[in-house]
Design a protein around this ligand. Structure first.
Ligand SMILES: *[C@@H]1O[C@H](CO)[C@@H](O)[C@H](O)[C@H]1NC(C)=O
Ligand SMILES: *[C@@H]1O[C@H](CO)[C@@H](O)[C@H](O)[C@H]1NC(C)=O
Length: 352
């Protein structure tokens, strides 16, 4: 082989390794319509899936639209939870959808992995309960009379199915590496922590039956929390995430807190390996790193949404903008509310 050829091979290998990011399946969110993954053939053409995910897709074509919705849910929730932070979860039109951020081992990457694993488990479980899928339905292991005396009935969310699907689909890449690299260990841990955030917020919903609303008979079922609750829980774990490093105990590798004064993280905590960049400046070499120029900030807040921190000390501009609001609302008998439209000027601050 010529020298040039060897060089080209090395480059191609590097490209393949770089582009095959474990979260590339989130690109499914960019598919336009419901029902766009119809048959096994479509699985081959989907961008962002690795070979083993293509195989899962072929085996479970009917589940794939729920996976696509899960990807969208993850992106939407990430953008909501990070709306007031310097890194605001903006997506690109290319892979990986969150840019280079997710190829690092920061706490932002930890959040992305956790929310993605959770969102697939959530969307697939929802699809099971709604009767959309042949492979799964309601959880019939929940039945009989509870110790509190109510009747389990109705459709309990089949979270076990959703979690198992998420484990096989989302974790496939890390598991295939034989759990060797730190990165794989970190991703697997955070994926699992994301799914735990649903499991630990499962709740019992009930309905009363009886004469004119009396609660003579109560039937109940197990339900997932709204996804916003899951997002809030994972965001809290992001705020308290633990920096870890790899240690060996015997022949197994484990992640332990870098600072040995800290108590070990639990299964539900998020972990990360490297500190985050400051996200202040646009970096053309780092797709997804947009910087905070032009971001809106809060002049009175001392937190990260405040102009001081958000603008990284560069200062900010103030504009007067007109907002239209509903005001002087009156209740009319019966039964509607009529409001006026009020225009008022408010100050808007944006980072220089
Ligand atoms: C995030 O901030 C950038 C500016 O840095 C802005 O262009 C973009 O619309 C924001 N994205 C979201 C999802 O709010
Ligand atoms: C700005 O921050 C202050 C203090 O944290 C808060 O009370 C206020 O509601 C914020 N304003 C906006 C527009 O978010």
């Amino acid at each position: 082989m010529s020298e040039e050829c060897v060089l080209r091979c090395v480059l191609m290998l590097c490209c393949a390794l770089l582009s095959a990011n474990a979260s590339n399946w989130l690109y499914l969110a960019k598919l336009s319509s419901v029902g766009s993954i119809r048959d096994e053939e479509t699985c081959e053409r989907l961008r962002g899936l690795i070979q083993r995910q293509v195989q899962i897709c072929k085996r479970s074509v009917e589940v794939m639209d729920a996976v696509r919705r899960g990807a969208q849910l993850a992106i939407d929730e990430c953008q909501f939870q990070f709306r007031n932070r310097r890194w605001n979860c903006s997506t690109l039109e290319t892979m990986p959808v969150f840019g280079k951020i997710v190829t690092q081992s920061t706490r932002e990457a930890a959040f992305v992995y956790a929310i993605s694993a959770a969102s697939v488990a959530f969307a697939v479980t929802r699809a099971c309960s709604s009767g959309e899928l042949e492979k799964c339905g309601c959880d019939h292991n929940v039945h009989g009379v509870s110790p509190e005396g109510f009747q389990w009935s109705g459709c309990s969310d089949n979270i076990a199915y959703g979690v198992a699907f998420s484990q096989s689909f989302v974790d496939v890449r890390e598991r295939s590496k034989g759990q060797s690299s730190n990165r794989a260990l970190m991703n697997l841990h955070n994926n699992e922590a994301g799914r735990k955030a649903i499991l630990s917020h499962m709740r019992v919903e009930c309905k009363c039956h009886g004469v004119s609303g009396s609660c003579e008979v109560k039937t109940c079922w197990k339900a997932m929390p709204p996804f916003r609750k899951v997002g809030n829980a994972i965001k809290e774990k992001f705020d308290g995430a633990t920096e870890v490093e790899q240690r060996k105990t015997g022949t197994t590798k484990v992640l332990m807190p870098r600072n040995s004064q800290f108590k070990p993280h639990t299964d539900e905590d998020l972990v990360y390996l490297e500190p985050s960049p400051d996200f202040c400046d646009h970096d053309p070499k780092m797709p997804g790193m947009f910087g905070t120029v032009g971001r809106q900030c809060n002049r009175t807040s001392k937190a990260i949404d405040g102009c001081e921190l958000m603008c990284c000390g560069r200062g900010f501009q103030t504009q007067e903008v007109e907002v239209v609001d509903r005001c002087s609302c009156k209740f009319h008998w019966c039964c509607y509310v009529k409001c006026k439209q009020c225009r008022k000027m408010v100050e808007m601050h944006t980072c220089r």
